[in-house]
Design a protein around this ligand. Structure first.
Ligand code: NAD
Length: 444
């Protein structure tokens, strides 16, 4: 099938590439000319494991190309995906300006194209958008004389860091349509990815749009829940790691998304929780649980700093702190809403000096902080002479380090572990002072 994907970011580039990989003819469009230039020169503007090879191969095979020419790509396509960003607006709601701009541009491009039978032209909104957006897209297309063009909702559930695998082997595909013919076209498109009997769920666009927010709201809730339990563990002398296991083996609960940490970040959970709260507000239904989930998370981003303040007291100024892990999670270079940035801001405010390391995200962090931080090539370089190490993102490279060597490099054997990746007893035996999250140690 001929496909255009508008917006070539984490979602659009993965979507376009995976659809090309399954034999479709895909043109990815972006209004960021530099991004398109990079892609056309064989580069990849983001870090996502496995993506570079797949892009290269599909470009070579002639199934994948990149352009800034939206109108040309849209006119040639049977299916047009909208995968532009929907960041948080100042009011907390999703900022849909890019979605509306692209919808209008699609309408302009298709205005003179003769209408075909149902399902012959489909605009699919893949961006995460509030309920009612699909209707808005239809209204905009109709206003441009494109009432014959179908609009579907097809939220994306991929995780950065495992995006290719998630797209290729989704737990489910959700589509929201108004006509069965449209669902059938999308079913055909997704069939290669659903060979293992994964469900293709057809519903109304409203339910489909809501599904994405409900799913992210649930995941964010689990994280804030376990973080709150962890903080209580610290106060009552329990160990969240044991508690987590004791809970998780209950099959009604399970283990997924029950790891305490320094708060959730990334380009989805924080803004999607805000957007669902805004949806509630618009309909006069205060979403009290969601408001608390957000509040707990905002506080959780300060927990690691709180432990440092507890340890150092007023002597934090002038101390050198090493930070391992800047991306909001491992296997990505994405630092949007990353907990590491909240910690860095607090430490800079307190007058600390920072030596930072991340395998992939340092260029993005440097673009924000410039020479306020010392960027180190390797994790061991970062801890040289540091008064303490803070671990914020659990990259594999940090999980089994040489603790003896670290002891020699650090000015003091002191670790604040925001991801609970080390064993407390081992650390104590090695002579480290070790603070983690919810392990029953007083640090508040
Ligand atoms: P992103 O910021 O990485 O990419 C968006 C791209 O759209 C950018 O390259 C930008 O230049 C381009 N763009 C913006 N306006 C444009 C326009 N008018 N014309 C053409 N291109 C335009 O965003 P993302 O992380 O890929 O997220 C996209 C959507 O998918 C969001 O709604 C997000 O909530 C949702 N989503 C993201 C993830 C994720 O893990 N990142 C997962 C599921 C869903």
């Amino acid at each position: 099938m001929k496909i255009a994907v508008i917006g070539t970011g984490y979602v659009g580039l993965v979507t376009g590439t995976c659809l090309a990989e399954s034999g479709n003819d895909v043109v990815c469009v972006d209004n960021n000319a530099r991004k398109v230039e990079t892609l056309n020169a064989g580069g990849i503007p983001i870090y996502e494991p496995g993506l570079e090879e797949l892009v290269k191969q599909n470009r070579r095979d002639g199934r994948l190309s990149f352009t800034t020419d939206l109108a040309k790509a849209v006119r040639a396509a049977r299916i047009v995906f909208i995968a532009v960003g929907t960041p948080q607006s100042d009011a907390g709601d999703a900022d849909l300006s890019a979605v509306w701009a692209v919808s209008d541009a699609i309408g302009d491009a298709l205005r003179d194209v003769p209408a075909g039978p149902p399902g012959s032209r489909i605009v699919v909104v893949k961006s995460t958008v509030p309920v009612g957006t699909n209707r808005g897209v239809v209204e905009r297309l109709t206003a441009k004389g494109c009432g014959h063009v179908d609009a579907a909702s097809n939220p994306e559930f991929l995780k950065e860091g495992a995006a290719i695998n998630d797209f290729m082997k989704p737990d489910r595909v959700v589509v929201g349509v108004r006509r069965p013919e449209v669902a059938e076209v999308l079913r055909e498109l997704y069939a290669p990815f659903l060979r293992t009997e994964r469900p293709f769920l057809v519903m109304s666009p409203e339910s489909s749009e809501m599904t994405k927010y409900a799913a992210n709201a649930m995941l964010a809730t689990k994280i804030s829940f376990i973080n709150e339990m962890a903080n209580l563990c610290d106060r009552v002398g329990a160990d969240i790691n044991d508690v987590r296991k004791g809970m998780g083996h209950d099959q009604r609960i399970g283990f997924q998304f029950l790891f305490p940490g320094p708060g959730y970040g990334g380009s989805c959970f924080p803004k999607d929780v805000q957007a669902i709260i805004a949806m509630g507000r618009r309909t006069n239904l205060p979403l009290k649980l969601m408001e608390s989930v957000d509040e707990v998370n905002v506080d959780q981003k300060q927990v690691l700093f709180g432990k440092m303040k507890y340890h150092f007291g007023s002597t934090l100024a002038g101390k050198t702190i090493a930070v391992w892990g800047l991306a909001f999670k491992p296997q990505t270079d994405d630092i949007r809403e990353a907990p590491a940035l909240a910690l860095i801001d607090k430490l800079l405010d307190a007058g600390a000096k920072l030596r930072v390391h991340d395998p992939e995200a340092m260029p993005n962090v440097r673009a924000i902080y410039g020479d306020k931080l010392t960027y180190c090539d390797g994790p061991y370089g970062a801890i040289e002479g540091a008064d303490a190490l803070a671990i914020v993102t659990e990259w594999k490279a940090y999980q089994n380090p040489d603790f003896d060597m670290m002891k020699k490099l650090l000015a003091k054997p002191l670790i604040f572990d925001g991801r609970n990746i080390y064993d407390e007893k081992t650390m104590a035996n090695l002579g480290y002072t070790y603070y983690a999250i919810g392990r029953g140690k007083k640090a508040y």
